[in-house]
Design a protein around this ligand. Sequence first.
Ligand code: MN
Ligand code: MN
Length: 315
Amino acid sequence: MSAQATDAPVYVIGHKHPDTDSVCSAIAYAYLRQALGDTRVRPARAGDLNAETGWVLQRFGLPAPERLESAAGRQLILVDHNETAQALDDIRHASVLEVWEHHRIGDLDIPRPIVFHCEPVGATATLIAEQFLLNDVPFSPAIAGGLLAAILSDTLALSSPTTAEKDRQMVRRLAIAAGVDATLVGAELLAARGDLAARSVADLVDSDFKEFDFAGHRVGIAQVEALDVSSLVARRLEALAELARVRERRGLELVLLLVTDIGRKGSHVWSAGDHQAVVDHALGCSAGEDEAWVAGCMSRKKQVVPALEEAFAAL
Ligand code: MN
Ligand code: MN
């Protein structure tokens, strides 16, 4: 490193197959370092942007970082990764100056003391945001938006078990700085992934389908979990027809589909077959209203299965 020109660029870069946390943490950390007077530091990325990240950058008016194809001879600050398998292929020929991370400690062999900040929080962006506060550097609205989006992305809008109190605190601060509603951004962000809308109802029902025997009654329960389930809710009638087909094909008495809305913390419970009134009663479905919504119902194994077991046993 001592051989490097003092004005040689320092790239802040996340992992390959970059996600929103990798990209926005790189952008924000470079911004922070520049605000502190280190004009060598610039953001980079190690691959193509995914649909969600593309949406985030456009939403908050952030330019896409430069793409680095090679790490050789570069000075790098790593964010959101510290394993060689996730880094640029020739990372061993780079000079790693710092690491900002929230994964397990990896296998990088760094032959001198560096800043290596790893903390079990929901997103690297939380740690970068904290550095703005510690260094008394104000967030621009765009930077705040990018960091906010990164935390919401990694934590599935703060619903993932990886979510730490520090993530929640940063989301509150960043939403104010960005002038946005974090809940809305979270929903838009996960919708931008485009998963549900792009998949057929048959595929959605089939991908997480389990059969149960409840006191001699054979019941199938499928589950779809997403932050924004609107594209599936809009296909409710199509889904009900699919449930009826699956019931027939598998010879079941009853088939359920839990459409779990992570953001709203509950599930739509759709069913085809016998005993639908039993289901509605057991789960507390607000039948007819809001597409059979059950507030607070998130877990098939902890909530739905025990309630149905009990209800069918009492028939
Ligand atoms: Mn990541
Ligand atoms: Mn991350």
